[in-house]
Design a protein around this ligand. Structure first.
Ligand code: MN
Length: 755
C-alpha cells in the first residue's frame, strides 16, 4: 500500500475532535497563542531551550534536511508539469512548508520572495475564521493572489494545502508560480495599463478551490475564462498542486518515521533557531546604527491618451529608506515619509515589501538554506498606510508592484553594504541591483493565428550590483529570484510571434566604478507572422533610479527604439545587410539602415501599442550600479571592457580617464580629471544655500513638488525633518494639490465611521 493511502487511513474528520488545532483547539487560538508568547518573551512560542537541537543535534539536522530535500525535489519535479517558459525554463516558482499558524519552517529554491507572502495568506485565512467557514479539512485546496492579503501582484498565484495528521492540523504546504498572463486590462503579467484593482486581472482573494485532493470544477472552468493563456494557467495550477502534495507526502514520511511529537517540537524549535541565528548574523556582521539611502523613480503617463484625465499625469515616487541596526541586533526597515499611492499599477502592499526584504536577506545576511520565518521575527518594518508601500486603498492597483519596489530596495542593499563594510565583511558588499526591465510584454494574434499573450522573462537576467572586490555579475541577476535564468531564445520564439534577430551584451549599461556594476544585454526582435500584437515597455528612461557605493556611478537609464512599417524584408530580398543589435544609439545602424515609423526616445514605460509582421522592437535590459571611483579602475579592466563590448570606446576616456594603448598618458589624464573635479566642486554650505533657495522658489518640475508635498502631508515626522534640514518656515509646504493624499484621509475617516 502506498504511503499516501496509509496516511489517509489515519486521517479522521476534524469535527470529531473539536478544533482542527492541537489538543482540540482552533487554528485561530493557536495563532493567537503564538503571537502572545512572542510579544511577551521575544522568542518564538516563548521557547527558552532548543531541547531537540541540544539533545540530538544530528536528528535535528536530519529532520531539517529531509524537509528541505522534500521541498527542493517537489519544485524540481513539479516544474516539469508546467508548459510556461517562466516556470519550466526560468524556475519562477517555489514551495514552502508552514506551521499550523502559518509560519514558514523551510523552503525550496526559486522565487523565495513568496515564502513570507504565503505566510500572510495562511494567517489571513486563520484570522478570518476559514476553519468554520468555508472549512479547513484534510485534502482541501486553497488559492490566493491578492496582494492586500499576502502577495506581490495578481500574477503570482499561490496554491495552499493544509497538512493533517490524525485529524490534527500539523502544517501547510504552499507553492507559487508567476503566470505568463493574468487576464488584466492589458496583456501580460506585469500590466502597465491598470489604474485600479478592477483592472488587475484574475482575482483570487484567499479562496477554497478544492476538496478530496481535487480542484472544484467551477474553479477550473473560471480559470479557463480568466486569462489570455488558459493552457499555461491550467498546467501551472497542476504544477503547484502536485508540488504541494509532494511536500505533504514528505512531511507525512517524516512523521511516520520520527513520530508526530518530534515533528511538532522540531517545527517550533527550527523557527526559534532561525530567529536566533539571524540575530547572531546581524550582531556579527553589521555595525549598529542608522543607515539612510533615499530612492526615487518616475511614472510618466501624461502622454497616455487612453487613460482618464486623473491618471494621465507624470508622477515621481519617493522612498526615504532608513535601515536601523539596534544595539540588541534587531534589524529595522523604515519607509516613513514615502510618497503617496497613485492611479497606476506601481503600488505595493506590506506583504510585497516584506517578501522583498526576505529575498534580499537571503542574498546578503543569510545566504544559506537555513532560512525561515525566524528571520522575519528578527525584523521590524514600517510601511506607512497611504504611501505607495502600503496603499491601504481597497481600489488601488498593484499590477507592477515591482516597478518602484526594486529601485527602493537600493536603500536596503546600500545600507546593509555600508554596515557590512564597516564591520570588515568587504566580500559581502553589494551595490544596488539593476531594475529587471525592459519587460518585453504584450498580446494579440500569434504566429499560429491564435490569441496569445506573453511576458518575456529574459528580464530575470539584468546586471548584478558591483562588489567591493569584484565587478557585478553580467546579465545574470534578478533581485527577486536568486537563480535568475533568461531561458532559451528558441523557447521564447516558440510562444512569441517575434524572432530574435540578435542578442548580445549592451555596452554602457553597467554603472561605472572601480568595480563596475554588471552589464545588461539587448535583444532585437522582429515581429513575425502576426497581424497584430500589442507591445508595451517598462523601465526608467528619464532619471537614474539608483546610486552606486563610495563613488561608484548608477547604471544607465534606458531608452526605447521600436520601428513599425519597416523596410526589413526589402533589405532581405535585396540581400543587403540588416542590423542585428544597437551597441551605440548615437551611431545606430538600426536608425541608418531601417526605414519606417520610429519611436526612438525616452518613453520607456508605455501602454501597449500594436506591432505587426516586419516591425522591430529593441529590448534593452538594464545594468547595475558600480562601487568606487571609476578613476581607480585598473587600465587593463577598462580596456577589457572596451574589447569585450561592455563599454563604448569613447567612454574609456570620458568616464575612466583611460587613453587606449598608453598607460602613462592615462595616469596623466586621470590626474588632470581629479583637478577638474576640484575646480568644479562647490563648498557644501554654498550648495545647500542654493538648493534651499530652489525649494523656497519652487524651482523644480511639478512632479517633484507633488512628490515632496505628498511626503510632507502623509508624515508629520518626515515633514518636520525636511523643514529643519533645509531651515524652512515651520509651515512650509509646496503649493500643489495632492488628491490621493486627501482621498487616503477620507478613507481613514470612512473606516473609522464603519468601525
Ligand atoms: Mn511575480
Amino acid at each position: 500500500m502506498a504511503i499516501v493511502d496509509r496516511t489517509r487511513e489515519l486521517e479522521r474528520l476534524a469535527e470529531e475532535r473539536g478544533g482542527i488545532g492541537w489538543g482540540g483547539r482552533s487554528a485561530r487560538e493557536m495563532l493567537a497563542e503564538s503571537e502572545r508568547l512572542f510579544a511577551e518573551t521575544g522568542r518564538y512560542f516563548g521557547i527558552e531551550e532548543l531541547e531537540l537541537k541540544r539533545n540530538d543535534p544530528i536528528r535535528f539536522e536530519k529532520l531539517f534536511s529531509r524537509l528541505r530535500g522534500g521541498l527542493v525535489s517537489a519544485r524540481e519535479t513539479a516544474l516539469n508539469i508546467s508548459a510556461s517558459p517562466i516556470v519550466k525554463e526560468i524556475g519562477e516558482l517555489s514551495f514552502a512548508l508552514y506551521t499550523p499558524e502559518g509560519d514558514s519552517v523551510a523552503l525550496s529554491t526559486g522565487i523565495i520572495v513568496h515564502v513570507h507572502t504565503m505566510s500572510d495568506a495562511i494567517k489571513y485565512m486563520i484570522r478570518q475564521g476559514y476553519e468554520d467557514n468555508p472549512g479547513i479539512a484534510p485534502r482541501d485546496i486553497f488559492t490566493n493572489n491578492d496582494a492586500m492579503i499576502g502577495d506581490v501582484h495578481n500574477a503570482d498565484v499561490q496554491t495552499i494545502v493544509p497538512i493533517f495528521w490524525e485529524g490534527e492540523l500539523v502544517g501547510w504546504a504552499a507553492g507559487v508560480t508567476h503566470e505568463i498572463d493574468i487576464g488584466a486590462k492589458t496583456p501580460g503579467s506585469v500590466p502597465v495599463g491598470p489604474i485600479s484593482r478592477f483592472e488587475d486581472g484574475i482575482d483570487l482573494p484567499a479562496k477554497k478551490i478544492g476538496s478530496d485532493d481535487e480542484l472544484w470544477r467551477d474553479h477550473v472552468l473560471a480559470g479557463l475564462k480568466g486569462t489570455r493563456t488558459p493552457m499555461y494557467w491550467t498546467l501551472d495550477e497542476k504544477t503547484r498542486i502536485a508540488g504541494c502534495h509532494m511536500v505533504r507526502e514528505a512531511v507525512e514520511r517524516v512523521i511516520l518515521e520520527e513520530g508526530v511529537e518530534a515533528y511538532k517540537q522540531f517545527i517550533r524549535e527550527v523557527i526559534e533557531d532561525g530567529r536566533r541565528s539571524f540575530q547572531s548574523r546581524v550582531r556579527e556582521m553589521l555595525i549598529p546604527g542608522r543607515y539612510r539611502a533615499p530612492a526615487f523613480t518616475e511614472n510618466a503617463f501624461a502622454k497616455e491618451e487612453q487613460l482618464p484625465s486623473y491618471a494621465r499625469v507624470d508622477t515621481m515616487m519617493h522612498a526615504p529608506v532608513e535601515i536601523r541596526v539596534t544595539r540588541d541586533a534587531k534589524l529595522e526597515m523604515d519607509y516613513e515619509g514615502a510618497s503617496s499611492w497613485g492611479y497606476h499599477s506601481s503600488n505595493c502592499t506590506p506583504s510585497a515589501m516584506q517578501g522583498a526584504v526576505w529575498v534580499q536577506l537571503t542574498q546578503t545576511l543569510i545566504p544559506n538554506d537555513k532560512v525561515n520565518d525566524g528571520a522575519y521575527l528578527g525584523l521590524n518594518t514600517n510601511f506607512p498606510p497611504g504611501t505607495w508601500t502600503n496603499h491601504s486603498n481597497p481600489q488601488a492597483s498593484t499590477g507592477i508592484a515591482w516597478a518602484f519596489l526594486i529601485p527602493s530596495f537600493m536603500g536596503f542593499i546600500k545600507s546593509v553594504s555600508r554596515a557590512l563594510q564597516a564591520r570588515g565583511f568587504v566580500e559581502e558588499v553589494l551595490a544596488p541591483y539593476g531594475l529587471t526591465s525592459n519587460a518585453f510584454q504584450g498580446g494579440g494574434i500569434d504566429q499560429y493565428g491564435r490569441q496569445s499573450a506573453t511576458t518575456n522573462f529574459g528580464l530575470s537576467c539584468v546586471g548584478g550590483g558591483g562588489k567591493m572586490i569584484l565587478d557585478g555579475l553580467d546579465y545574470a541577476a534578478a533581485m527577486w529570484n536568486p537563480e535568475g535564468d533568461m531561458g532559451d531564445m528558441e523557447m521564447w520564439e516558440l510562444i512569441e510571434p517575434f524572432l530574435y534577430i540578435g542578442q548580445r551584451v549592451k555596452p554602457n549599461t553597467a554603472g561605472p566604478g572601480r568595480h563596475r556594476g554588471g552589464s545588461g544585454y539587448e535583444a532585437l526582435r522582429l515581429a513575425w507572422k502576426t497581424p497584430f500584437y500589442e507591445m508595451q515597455n517598462i523601465g526608467n528612461g528619464r532619471m537614474f533610479i539608483q546610486t552606486g557605493l563610495w563613488g561608484g556611478y548608477p547604471a544607465a537609464t534606458g531608452y526605447r527604439h521600436n520601428v513599425r512599417n519597416t523596410n526589413f524584408f526589402e533589405l532581405v530580398e535585396r540581400r543587403e545587410p540588416y542590423p542585428t543589435h544597437e551597441p551605440d544609439p548615437a551611431d545606430s545602424e538600426l536608425a541608418r539602415m531601417i526605414e519606417g515609423e520610429r519611436q526612438f526616445d525616452l518613453e520607456t514605460t508605455t501602454l501597449p501599442e500594436v506591432m505587426r509582421q516586419g516591425d522591430l522592437y529593441l529590448c534593452c535590459f538594464r545594468g547595475a550600479a558600480g562601487v568606487g571611483d571609476p578613476l581607480e579602475r585598473p587600465y587593463e579592466s577598462v580596456m577589457a571592457d572596451v574589447e569585450g563590448g561592455y563599454l563604448l570606446p569613447r567612454y574609456a576616456e570620458s568616464v575612466y580617464g583611460v587613453k587606449p594603448g598608453d598607460v602613462a598618458k592615462t595616469d596623466a589624464r586621470r590626474a588632470e580629471m581629479r583637478e577638474e573635479r576640484g575646480r568644479r566642486a562647490v563648498p557644501v554650505r554654498e550648495w545647500m544655500r542654493s538648493e534651499r533657495q530652489r525649494i523656497l522658489d519652487g524651482d523644480m518640475i511639478e512632479p517633484i513638488k507633488v512628490m515632496y508635498a505628498e511626503s510632507i502631508r502623509l508624515s508629520e515626522s518626515w515633514a518636520r525633518e525636511f523643514r529643519e534640514f533645509w531651515d524652512l518656515p515651520e509651515d512650509f509646504d509646496f503649493d500643489v494639490p495632492t488628491p490621493t493624499v486627501e482621498l487616503t484621509k477620507a478613507l481613514r475617516e470612512q473606516e473609522a465611521t464603519i468601525g
